[in-house]
Design a protein around this ligand. Structure first.
Ligand code: PLP
Length: 401
């Protein structure tokens, strides 16, 4: 389906939703990204390892894309970018790849209690293999105390992995400060920047970061493609073995159309970042202020912390979030209950639990995440509908307050 002229995106109705407020879960492919990808799906389909013209053409596209992504991340060294299949793979490769490569130095990892499962589950798997992991706590506003990191460091600590922005609350960790602590101690530092990249500024060299994950489908690029920044000199044990692609760090024939797509998506994100962040921030603040001002019993999770400009995580007293999500869905409004990136996940949010929220607050939490598709009228519509839905649900299915 092609976007009609003058209509940058598929409109809600065509996607089954009129109002999409779930951009942290995923985003649609921007038509400009699709256009950049198209030549590589059709005519220019070569394998970049092949010696003939089609192969060289694919190889050129791969290396140009690598250069673009490197530049946008803040490095001039394109070989520091490894293309992988997902943010999940980037996190796995960063954590397992480094700790397996450096285990002669020590087998202790530090992360936080609120990371994405791609980080937490990788750490849990390594624990089963004899590594030890410290999970740093957060306070009631989802914030980490850098002094806790300092205290957790041991002589055998080899890696610190702390996310930049939380996918559920949008809370931003003090990246420069924690990266500096790790660097001072000579410990590798990885950050999961899947949610923050392209939304707020980020510069790997300025921040002194060793490894950083981004993902295509969170930035209006295709799904199933991502990149891991790996500072030159950092060793990685490859998790995929085979043909030696990506300079031996990730075997497998490169997905050229997707890689071209993620590079173009990243370029557009950064090019449009300032204006978009301002526009969306205003819409988010209006949404949040009117909901918490107009509906009783609403808590804004992480409100006192620095946050991404487009994410709002709200707990509604006396509401079951799944029911509210379903009620909004019937009205054509797409939002998430807590973290809904993992299909069928009905687990109470580990992020809100780590923030000390009560069982009811966790149970009643909804995430609104705004983006390129969001317009003023969408916010008006949510503000018109939501008070009625919340009142109705509270009346019909009262949950003990
Ligand atoms: N890290 C964070 C913070 C995320 O929000 C997500 C996706 O929701 C991921 C990692 C995983 O990325 P992907 O969906 O590309 O595997």
């Amino acid at each position: 389906m092609r976007a009609a002229a003058g209509r940058p995106f598929l409109q809600g109705g065509e996607m089954g939703h009129h109002i999409y407020l779930d951009h942290n879960a995923t985003t649609p492919v921007d038509p400009r990204v699709r256009e950049a990808m198209e030549p590589y799906l059709e005519g220019a389909f070569g394998n970049p390892s092949a010696a003939h013209r089609l192969g060289r053409q694919a190889k050129a596209a791969l290396e140009e894309s690598r250069e673009v992504v490197a530049g946008l991340l803040g490095t001039t060294d394109k070989d520091e970018v490894v293309f992988v299949s997902s943010g999940t793979e980037a996190d796995n490769l960063a954590i397992a790849g480094t700790t397996l490569a450096y285990q002669d130095r020590g087998r202790h990892i530090i992360t936080s209690a609120v990371e994405h499962p791609a980080v937490l589950e990788t750490c849990a798997a390594l624990e089963k293999g004899g590594f030890s992991v410290t999970y740093l706590p957060v306070d009631g506003q989802g914030m980490l105390d850098p002094q806790d990191l300092r205290r957790a460091i041991r002589p055998d600590t080899v890696l610190v992995s702390l996310m930049h922005a939380n996918n559920e609350t949008g809370v931003l960790f003090p990246l420069a400060e924690v990266a500096a602590i790790a660097r001072e101690q000579g410990i590798l530092f990885h950050t999961d920047a899947v949610q923050s990249f392209g939304k707020i500024s980020l510069h790997v060299r300025h921040l002194g970061i060793d490894l950083l994950s981004i993902s295509g489908h969170k930035i209006y690029g295709p799904k199933g493609v991502a990149a891991l920044y790996v500072r030159r000199g950092v060793r990685l044990y490859p998790l995929l073995q085979g043909g030696g692609q990506e300079r031996g760090r990730r075997a497998g024939t490169e997905n050229i159309p997707a890689i071209v797509g993620v590079a173009e998506a990243a370029r557009l994100m950064l090019f449009e970042m300032t204006g978009e962040a301002e526009r969306i921030h205003k819409l988010r603040d209006r949404l949040e202020a009117n909901i918490s001002g107009g509906i009783e019993g609403v808590t804004v999770n992480g409100q006192q912390s620095p946050r991404l400009p487009h994410t709002s995580n709200l707990s509604f007293d006396g509401i079951e979030s799944q029911t509210l999500v379903a009620a909004l869905d019937l009205e054509g409004i797409a939002v998430s209950a807590g973290s809904a990136c993992h299909v069928g996940n009905l687990q109470p949010s580990h992020v809100l639990r780590a923030m000390g929220r009560t069982a009811d607050e966790v149970e009643g939490s909804i995430r609104f995440s705004l983006g390129r598709l969001t317009r003023e009228g969408d916010i008006d519509r949510v503000l018109e509908i939501l008070p009625r839905l919340v009142a109705g649900l509270r009346e019909n299915a009262p949950v003990a307050r």
